[in-house]
Design a protein. Structure first.
Length: 167
């Protein structure tokens, strides 16, 4: 699929294959990034503030293990809904944007590693600023999805921390 899009782009035609490696690597895994941004934005507990400091910078390069295991997100029932829905929602948003022609389909010309930061990768993979705008929209939606769940868990942790301080 990627090669077909690349050949079409080089020939001056419009790429036709929405689902390809550029789509998978740069538009389908934005969901979990919303978790760390939500933590950075709203955390009151000391634990989450520290996790935000440690896990935030690696996420610039899509490295999520500090968040997955530091929060932890893995096997955490409190986060099952955003954890499962985040990537699904970002994938549907991206597919719809490409299918409706709002954003150019990834051309296959730029072969970027999955560690390329979002916004930058969206621009280069699609060859358009609209690729970066799409990633920004996905990111905002995913952060909004994560915020209520992070608030709920952070409030509990904060109360536990306050109880430990007063004892």
């Amino acid at each position: 699929m990627e090669d077909q899009n690349r050949a079409a782009t080089i020939a001056g035609e419009v790429p036709q294959n929405i689902i390809n490696m550029g789509f998978k690597n740069h538009f389908t895994s934005i969901g979990i990034i919303g978790s760390i941004i939500a933590i950075i934005l709203i955390a009151k507990s000391r634990q989450y503030k520290e996790v935000g400091k440690i896990a935030g910078p690696p996420y610039i390069f899509n490295i999520g293990e500090p968040t997955l295991f530091g929060v932890p997100l893995m096997l955490n029932v409190s986060y099952i809904i955003p954890f499962c829905l985040g990537n699904a929602v970002s994938t549907v948003i991206a597919y719809a944007a490409f299918a409706l022609g709002l954003v150019p389909i990834p051309t296959g010309v730029a072969q970027l590693p999955w560690t390329t930061p979002i916004l930058i990768s969206g621009y280069f993979v699609t060859g358009s600023i609209w690729g970066a705008v799409l990633q920004l929209v996905q990111l905002i939606v995913c952060v909004l999805l994560w915020i209520p769940f992070v608030k709920m868990v952070d409030k509990k942790i904060y109360q536990e921390e306050q109880g430990a301080i007063t004892e």
